[in-house]
Design a protein around this ligand. Structure first.
Ligand SMILES: NC(=O)c1ccc[n+]([C@@H]2O[C@H](COP(=O)([O-])OP(=O)(O)OC[C@H]3O[C@@H](n4cnc5c(N)ncnc54)[C@H](OP(=O)(O)O)[C@@H]3O)[C@@H](O)[C@H]2O)c1
Length: 429
């Protein structure tokens, strides 16, 4: 056992950082035994130095994060500030000054992952970020290491706890979106400004990271199709129930059937109640992985929160420290496959479309003709109506998103179609 401690600089001491510091202290002996050397908290960078921070010696606290990462004696920088800047510059500065980096920053990794990996490689340092996707759930390392000998075809997951809490509430109580959001806010599951969660930005960042790792291909945030869940209604849930489904906000990363391209997308979708993801309740996360050799795998657990996220950060910290002692680095970016990322129009799936139509003879035939003209084959149609107005629910067989978009545009032009009430993709069958 070496006795010189490995020095850790903690950038950020909020929800996650404070838990990282706590576990480093309370589990110090175990961490020392597992790493083969003691780990020492050498400095903690924050924005507001005067806040009381339990368990952290005041002399460790600084507002000068740049000076901390430039010290030269830091072995590992743990970045849990979040956002793009100053996190990005601090991470690259850390590499330049000899430190490896552990980060929980999905937004930064999704936007600048390639450049950060290049900077880590240039300086022969590690960049680990298990906590950036699905909090405590081991996912990055299983995809990057355990499944490195397999071929992953699909990664489909619930990677945002706030939206799953809201949708689960709507499903179990019949509440509308706003009512469920209000409850999520009151219970602390949703932030005062929930945009990043409910509009799917957070999940899209995670989808970009997962797709990149799963398919050994660079997938940028801009490559990810994104649709939020604010338009999901109680009546969508009623329709889903009639089909034996529920509704989840899903991040879906797929390899095309011919293997020549990939897609990444985030949107609400109906999934059958028999699918393992349908049983993910409350703010929990889960990711379903399909691969050639392993078949179907499911990763499940808490996707956020200080202590769960700190667990993932500490796992990375131990791995990086071990690498450091062994004079090695762990796996870096793997983008050798360089597959093209196809646009949303190429995605093939099933659709549930709800139309408000005039209740008169011939309307069904007119609607069916539009579907046929666009090459979208209908699986089932359900019609209900009164007082001259009717509702038509069409469930299609698998069709491309481009074909479905063309169908819906043409339907909107029919005099007998009063409106397209909802379009929902059907996944997981
Ligand atoms: N919270 C979760 O459940 C969760 C889950 C997974 C991943 N993450 C990721 O973990 C990261 C941290 O999230 P969090 O929830 O812990 O955030 P947070 O509670 O807002 O904490 C951010 C910390 O960074 C410090 N900070 C902000 N700007 C700084 C600057 N310019 N220089 C130095 N320190 C600065 C803040 O200082 P003060 O304390 O002085 O304000 C605070 O300690 C983010 O990337 C987030 O996406 C969070």
């Amino acid at each position: 056992m070496r006795t010189r401690p490995l020095k850790v600089a903690l950038l950020g001491c909020g929800v996650v950082g404070s838990e990282v510091a706590r576990i480093m202290t309370t589990h110090a002996d175990d961490l020392t035994a597992r790493i083969g050397a003691p780990v020492e908290l050498a400095g903690v960078a924050v924005r507001r130095p005067d806040r009381v921070r339990e368990g952290i010696a005041p002399e460790l606290v600084t507002t000068d994060a740049t000076a901390l990462v430039k010290r030269g004696d830091i072995d590992v920088v743990v970045e849990v500030i979040g956002g793009i800047e100053p996190a990005r510059t601090l991470i690259t500065t850390a590499f330049e000054h000899g430190a490896s980096v552990v980060s929980a920053n999905k937004a930064l990794l999704a936007q600048d992952g390639a450049a950060l990996h290049a900077a880590a490689d240039e300086h022969d340092k590690d960049l680990y970020y298990e906590a950036a996707v699905a909090g405590a759930i081991p996912l990055i390392r299983p995809l990057r290491e355990s499944l490195a000998g397999d071929k992953i075809n699909r990664v489909m997951g619930i990677v945002n706890g706030t939206t799953n809490f809201i949708l689960d509430k709507m499903d179990s109580t019949g509440a509308g979106y706003q009512e469920a959001l209000d409850e999520a806010t009151a219970l602390g599951y949703a932030e005062a400004d929930p945009t990043a969660d409910v509009e799917g930005f957070d999940a899209a960042a995670k989808a970009a990271i997962l797709a990149g790792i799963a398919f050994h291909t660079r997938v940028r945030l801009d490559d990810v199709y994104r649709e939020g869940m604010t338009e999901v209604t109680a009546s969508d849930f009623a329709s889903a129930k009639e089909m034996g489904c529920t509704i989840k906000l899903l991040a879906i990363c797929e390899r095309a059937a011919d293997g020549g391209s990939v897609t990444a997308r985030v949107h609400p979708a109906m999934i059958p109640l028999s699918h393992p993801l349908a049983s993910v309740r409350g703010a929990y996360n889960a990711v379903f992985v399909e691969s050639d050799a392993a078949g179907q795998l499911m990763f499940y657990g808490p996707g956020a929160g200080g202590s769960p996220t700190a667990s993932a950060v500490l796992g990375d910290l131990v791995a990086v420290c071990r690498n450091r002692i062994g004079g090695a680095t762990g796996p870096g970016e793997s983008a050798y496959a360089a597959l093209p990322v196809s646009p949303m129009g190429d995605v093939v799936t099933r659709y549930h479309i709800s139309l408000d139509v005039a209740d008169k003879p011939g309307v069904l035939a007119q609607v069916a003709t539009v579907f046929a003209e666009h090459g979208v084959s209908i699986d089932t149609v359900r019609q209900s109506g009164k007082d001259g107005e009717a509702s038509l629910v069409v469930v299609t067989h698998r069709a491309s998103d481009a074909a479905l978009t063309g169908t819906v545009e043409a339907l909107r032009k029919l005099d007998t179609v009063r409106g397209v009430a909802s379009i929902m993709r059907v996944e997981g069958e």
